[in-house]
Design a binder for this molecule. Structure first.
Ligand code: ATP
Ligand code: MG
Length: 407
């Protein structure tokens, strides 16, 4: 039988133990196992120092050796193997000033939440719980390990992580942890835009977005991570309803729902501030713009109508439109019509009609290039979209006719 990911993760532990080191599975994978969810990756924690880990395996990449993290390549898989460590003094609320290698207990105590602070011995098949994580999983609670105020002061990102895990897992936040987040919400601004963006988008798009938006609002984090959007209780209800219908694991789509009421330049600013890639930023803006035009397509002339439907982002725009309309229990006929029109064009092979004419053709017939070329070529394309021009001969006749009228 081919070894599973878990088998391989067990072999990595075995290899370290054979050399006399302590080693366990740790963090998210143990939480998932206890919850009966198959882990998507296995992190390993060990008493071996990074140098010792590097010596124990043939292929390693020291991804964060100064923090004690080495990536081990094993049977075609990658595992993060981290040395037991204590992190001390976070003077900037973002990263530790130094790390010391330590013991399994100490390592668990530096982790963020009890549910993330479990170890697992794959040979004894035993969960090792120094922090009460098993009970909190059973009670479905996200609780900081130790004093929530201190843990948040160390690393402000943990505020967003608490919201993310509560949303994704459908857990509630422990009262003291919740209060600490609410008290310190404004301090989220010290965290880098990239880390905030990643947590925010995961919170909205990993299936618990409706809980996520409520928790972001109730903890006041939303005001600091997305000050541009309206955050009345009513608006949050609306967004929560939309996010329930947003089961697409598509982070830009989720963000588009939040940014929908803003104008294009405001949306652009938010995307830049959150350091979204150009591709994602463009996609968000275009799907919103197109989506807002969907109700008006019935009044477009044939060529403009087809040109609109040609856009690659129309399916996204329809999805966005549908989610918003469904959440508002509003009329879906515009979205349906748009979808149907596009499908009809696809079925008739008419969505992207062949280009029948280029500027080179016009030149080869002796016309001098200039700004009028664009006008003529667009007019020919429109005629093709209307179905009035069907082949290169008709295209040529149409173009020559037009060019004759241009001085
Ligand atoms: P996911 O399934 O979302 O990857 P995860 O629990 O594996 O969940 P990661 O962000 O991959 O989360 O982090 C792995 C582990 O490292 C966590 O379970 C937690 O123990 C620890 N950890 C990660 N980030 C922090 C942090 N900011 N502060 C403290 N501990 C952290
Ligand atoms: Mg993980």
């Amino acid at each position: 039988m081919t070894p599973t990911l878990a088998d391989k993760a067990k072999q990595v532990v075995q290899t370290l133990r054979d050399k006399g080191f302590e080693a366990y599975w740790a963090g998210g994978c143990v939480r998932d196992l206890v919850m009966g969810i198959p882990p998507k990756d296995f992190d390993i924690t060990t008493s071996a120092t990074p140098d010792q880990v590097i010596q124990s395996f043939k292929k390693t990449i020291p991804i964060g050796a100064q923090f004690g993290v080495v990536q081990v390549r094993w049977m075609g898989e990658s595992f993060e193997v981290a040395t037991f460590r204590t992190e001390s003094l976070y003077t900037d609320g973002r990263r530790p000033d130094s790390v010391q290698f330590s013991t399994a207990v100490e390592d668990v105590k530096r982790r963020d939440f009890t549910i993330n602070g479990l170890l697992y011995d794959p040979f004894e098949q035993k969960v090792i719980d120094y922090v009460g994580g098993v009970a909190d999983i059973a009670a479905r609670i996200v609780r900081a390990i130790g004093d929530p105020e201190e843990r948040i002061a160390e690393d402000r990102l943990r505020m967003l992580r608490a919201v993310r895990f509560a949303s994704r897992l459908g857990f509630r936040m422990d009262d003291a942890t919740f209060q600490a987040v609410r008290t310190h919400a404004s301090a989220i601004v010290v965290v880098s835009a990239e880390r905030v963006r990643d947590e925010l988008l995961r919170t909205l798009s990993e299936g618990g977005g409706h809980t996520g938006i409520r928790l972001l609002y109730e903890t006041a984090l939303l005001r600091w991570v997305l000050p541009e959007i309206e955050t009345s209780a009513h608006r949050i209800d609306q967004l929560a309803a939309m996010l329930t219908h947003c089961r697409h694991h598509d982070p830009p789509l989720a963000l588009a729902l939040l940014l929908y009421p803003l104008n294009d330049s405001a949306i652009h600013k938010v995307c830049v501030r959150l350091r979204m890639s150009n591709h994602d930023g463009r996609r968000i803006r275009d799907m919103i713009t197109l989506s807002k035009q969907i109700p008006d397509i019935a009044v477009l002339d044939t060529a403009s109508h087809r040109r609109f439907l040609q856009n690659d982002l129309i399916p996204d725009a329809i999805t966005l439109h549908r989610i918003i309309a469904t959440a508002a229990e509003a009329d879906l006929s515009a979205a349906r019509r748009c979808e149907l029109d596009r499908q009809t064009l696809i079925d008739h092979n008419m969505l992207m009609p062949q280009r029948l004419l280029s500027g080179h053709d016009l030149m080869s017939w002796g016309f001098k290039p200039g700004p009028h070329f664009r006008i003529v070529l667009t007019a020919v394309e429109d005629a093709i979209l209307r179905g009035e021009v069907k082949n290169p001969e008709e295209a040529r006749a149409f173009a020559e006719n037009l060019l004759k009228c241009i001085p």
